[in-house]
Design a protein around this ligand. Sequence first.
Ligand SMILES: Cc1ncc(COP(=O)(O)O)c(C=O)c1O
Length: 386
Amino acid sequence: MKLITFYGSRGLRIVKGEGQYVWDDKGRKFLDLHSGHGVAFLGHRNLKVVDYLKKQMDLIMTLTTAFDNDIRDEMLKELDSLKPDGMDNVFLLNSGTEAVELSMKIARKITGRKKFIAFKNSFHGRTMGSLSITWNKKYREPFEPLISPIDFLEFNSLEELKKLDDTVAAVILEPVQGEGGVIPAKPEFVKALREETERKGILLVSDEVQAGFGRTGKVWAYQHYGITPDLLTAGKAIGGGFPVSAVFMPDSIANKLGEGDHGTTYGGNPMAVAAVAASSKVLKEDNVPEQARIKGQTFMKMLREALEDFKSVREIRGLGLMIGVDLRLNPSTAIKVLQDNAVLSLKAGITTIRFLSPYMITNQDMELAVDGTRKGVAETERKGSS
Ligand SMILES: Cc1ncc(COP(=O)(O)O)c(C=O)c1O
């Protein structure tokens, strides 16, 4: 029996994870800045998350949301102080793409309109709805026809916002594009987008599956921009390693949804809920967003200083601990060299080395990563790969 992965093999057999590190079967230790596509932002096997999951496992592991239970009440209480502005309602699902799918369904139901707007370089998932608003043609084209109508606008272009009209149900925005190349939205762009969507009765969805839950230096990435979206999708980090995603929304939207509008067998199960409760506690108790902000600044400064002489480095960018080193060449060699130097990273877009670091990264870890990046970029230039 073979497992289908759809990802190229990294050639490592990982046996254990703890905090910001993982170990392979040969006992080698790696700094994990891949973090399972950004899931392990609170570290591998975060003690509080493990504790909550173990306790929950001893009580009950599956329960539909048609029944009440205590851990759900605890999670809701914990989320109360973290929730996006004015969003008193949350629906739990199991993966990022499911959260995006639900946000699209809600947008159509609430507005009665059909069209979606996404941006060039966007990534929102790989099921039919979220795939329809994902930019990369390679992911989309084999599966067409997808949902329509969809328009992809130039990211960060004020001019493009003129194309928004009253046929649009929702604009789906990543405040920091992740898979597309770690590209933060510009403040003036997000402000104008919010104004324009409000004026035309279009819902603004902040897709924070990757950027949300502290990673960018604020609990939610939209908070950097002084706006409030209508819907927010979250995933990855919110379960501290357990698969769970969420859609947050205000009463004005939740009150217009009813029984049968959506459903999920696993969504909101007690294990996922326990994981979110524990992760929310960690986020607050460890002041995680602030740590991500400060460490992200340090890491980015170190990378900039170490890489300033390399001609192939186009830009070092990001927000908090969501960082990209954009090259003028293919980054695959550099990512391999980093791995050979005990640092796991991942690709974004077609030219970017992406670091999605757990928040407990230390200065010493950063030095290791910076050193590995220098070696990786040097080797990339030597090979002249493009
Ligand atoms: C912004 C964004 N939205 C949605 C998704 C899809 O999440 P999942 O892979 O959990 O379905 C991702 C995954 O990388 C993402 O980065």
